[in-house]
Design a protein around this ligand. Structure first.
Ligand code: ADP
Ligand code: DP6
Ligand code: CO
Length: 360
């Protein structure tokens, strides 16, 4: 039976943010959105940072459209179009196999999406955003593809999005095929493997970044002389070391690698012509606080990492929650620009903590 022109089909999906501990920065192919190096991230709890997207389609819709946080958002770009096309092709194949299915693949799509955290501010909104985009349409189309297959599609929307199709510890393997087919996300370990790992988010600025991730990494690949060594030598070795640290739940090695990779990524940004500055004075104060926490503890109990923006993500083990959050909470009162939005309130300062470093 033909659908009436007023029929509307819809599905809603959520997707979490992931924050990389080994960073993706550089495209091997801008067309396929494949990376110059593999990367690895931790998927955060959806209770804090998440995207929620409702996808609908109807014979009465005249064009594909997206409303992001209440405002119309362009979907004419090649990357959104690639996601639409791939998902429609999978639905079309399903309709060809079963002629009783309504022809949703021929209808225009409307997406309504909301991020409950700052968009384009270096807190991985494109990751949660495109993961939810793909998942909502896949649900609407009742596709059977597994998360790795969906990650191949989400990658084309935003690289980091492929990792948000999984929970826990997730690698995006750069792949070696010319068509990008093996450039997909795989779960390295489920959340249950290391359930005590936590992330504190220090919101330093919710303003839209001056240089988007897409254009920043293209400038770095084109101009940084440090970049080839990072992508080809430093990161491949770090990926292996990070997988081992996660397998062994070795927080100190995890922390050393996470902080070193964040610094290496921001170093190649500084080495870009013209230089790109994502971290600011308040970000650097967060680095000093983490260094001070680790000095007081006599071992690495906290690890900072910064994406393409000034906001800090600080990983720690639940067993050290009091000392880590105590110090960060003190900072939210004292450092201009720090917000305690995602910090626990009932935490105490570590013994011997040097409060004088809490100035940006
Ligand atoms: P971020 O550090 O937040 O990932 P990016 O520069 O990588 O910043 O990407 C920001 C862009 O991602 C936005 O301008 C928008 O185009 C896209 N985006 C963010 N959230 C969503 C969403 N919920 N749905 C679709 N696209 C989104
Ligand atoms: C610093 O995935 O946002 O957060 O593929 O161009 O959309 P596009 O870039 P995006 O880049 C993320 C960069 C990063 C590191 C990371 O998440 O691995
Ligand atoms: Co992004």
């Amino acid at each position: 039976m033909a659908a009436s022109s007023t029929a509307i089909y819809h599905a809603t999906a959520t997707a979490p943010v992931n924050i990389a501990v080994i960073k993706y920065w550089g495209k091997a192919s801008t067309k396929l959105n494949t990376p110059t190096n593999s990367s690895l991230s931790v998927t955060l709890s959806q209770e804090d940072l998440r995207t929620i997207t409702t996808a609908s389609c109807s014979p009465s819709f005249e064009s594909d459209a997206l409303w992001l946080n209440g405002a119309v958002h362009d979907v004419s770009n090649a990357r959104s179009q690639a996601c639409f096309a791939e998902l429609r092709a999978l639905r079309k194949a399903k309709e060809d196999r079963d002629s009783s299915l309504p022809p949703l693949s021929t209808y225009k799509l409307h997406l309504i999406s909301e991020n409950n955290f700052p968009t384009a501010a270096g807190l991985a909104s494109s990751a949660a955003g495109f993961a939810a985009f793909v998942r909502a349409i896949a649900d609407l189309y009742e596709l059977d593809e597994n998360p790795t297959e969906l990650s191949r599609i989400a990658r084309q929307g935003s690289g980091s999005a492929c990792r948000s199709l999984f929970g826990g510890f997730v690698a995006w393997e750069k792949g070696s095929r010319d068509d990008g087919y093996d450039s997909v996300a795989v779960q390295v370990a489920p959340e249950s493997h290391w359930p005590t790992i936590r992330a504190a988010i220090l919101v330093i600025s919710d303003a839209k970044k001056g240089v988007s991730s897409t254009s920043g990494m293209q400038a770095t690949v084109a101009t940084s002389t440090l970049f080839p060594n990072r992508a080809n030598v430093v990161v491949p070795a770090r990926m292996e070391a990070m997988k081992k640290a996660i397998a062994e739940r070795d927080f100190e090695t995890f922390a050393d690698l996470t902080m070193a990779d964040s610094n290496s990524f921001h170093a190649v940004c500084l080495d870009t012509i013209p230089p790109i500055f994502y971290m600011n004075d308040a970000s650097r104060a967060a680095v000093r606080v983490v260094e001070e926490i680790n000095r007081c503890a006599g071992k690495k109990v906290a690890a900072y990492t910064f994406d393409a923006g000034p906001n800090a993500v600080i990983y720690y083990d639940e067993s050290n929650q009091n000392i880590v959050l105590g110090a960060l909470k003190k900072g939210t009162a004292d450092v201009p620009g720090w917000s305690e939005k995602h910090l626990d309130i009932n935490a105490s300062l570590p013994d011997g903590f040097n409060e004088t470093i809490l100035t940006a």
